[in-house]
Design a protein around this ligand. Sequence first.
Ligand code: NCD
Length: 337
Amino acid sequence: MELKTLQPLFDLEAMSKATNGNGQAVVSNGLVGQDILSVSQFDPGKLAYIFSRAREMREMVRQVGGTHILNGHVVACLFYEPSTRTSSSFIAAMERLGGSVIPITQGVNFSSVSKGETLPDTIRTLEQYSDVIVLRHPELGSAQVAADYASVPIINAGDGPGEHPTQALLDLFTIQDELGQIDGLKIAMVGDLRHGRTVHSLTKLLQHYDVSLRFVSPEILRMPLTIMNEILDAGMNVRETHDVADVIENADVLYVTRVQKERFADLSQYEDVKNHYEITPELMAKAKEKMIVLHPLPRVGEIHYAVDSDPRAAYFRQVQNGMYIRMALLAAVLGKA
Ligand code: NCD
C-alpha cells in the first residue's frame, strides 16, 4: 500500500482542474447547502464534479478505508419505504467520512409516525438534531414538501414513482466507469418504466448526452408521457418496444428493472406482467461483447442468477459505486469540498 501516492482529498488545485466532459473547467460545485430533489438540478459541470469526487472517494476507501472530514456532522436517514442499498450506502458513506447517522430505516413504525405524526412535524423534529436529512417516502412530491419545511438540506432517496436522483447519479457514474464514455451509447431500459423512479431520473439525466434510448416494457408499463414528451422535445433518439430481443444485439447498456408491485392499485394487473422479462445466458449470448447489464436492485426474477458470473453483469459493481457517489454528495452538500 503506497499511502504517499494518494491524491489529497478535496485538493483545491485538482478541483479547479475538474472538467465537465467538454474540457471546460468546473470552478464551483454549487451544491453546498442545497436540497437534492431531482436530477434536473445537475448540469454537466456538477456531474463532472460529483464523479471526480466519487473517484477520489473510491481511491481513499481502497487505500485507507475512511477519513474524518464530516466529523461532527449528523445525517438523519428517514425511510418510509423499504430499502437495503440506498439506506445502507448513505449510512456507510457518512460513517466512512467520519460523521454519524440517525437511522430511521428499519420501519417508521417504530417512530412517532405510527402515532400519526405528519411528515412536516417529523422533518422539523429531525432537523433539530441533524445537518442533512435523507428521505424516502411513497408519495410523489414528498421530498419537495419536506424541503419546503426543512431548514437543513433534504436528499430525495425516492419519492414514490417520482424520482431517485442519487440512484441516477450512481447509474450514470457506473456507465462512464465501465464503458469509458456516455456519448454515442445505445441504452436500453427494460421492465417497469411507468412506476420505476430510477428509470425516470436516469432518462432525464441522459438528456445531457448524445445517446440513443430504447424503452422495453409491457404496454401498461410504458414510460410516462410527460417524460416521453420531455425527451422528444430535447430531440433525443428514442424508440419503444415490448420485446428485449429487439434491442439485445445493439445495446451497450441493458438497464433492467423490477415490476413495482407496491405501485399497482389492481394486483391482478401486476400478476399479468410480473414475469414478463428474464435476462438469461441465452439472451446474453446475443449481446455485444462489450456491453453492461445494470439493475438498481432488488431483482425479483428479471435477471437469471446464471448471468451473475458474466463479466458484463455490472450490477454489484453498480451497488458499490452507490457508496462513493453518496460520499461525494454528502461532502458537497455539507460544504466539505
Ligand atoms: C430502487 C428503488 O427503491 O426505487 N431500488 C434502489 O433504490 N436501489 C428500485 C426498486 O425498488 O425496484
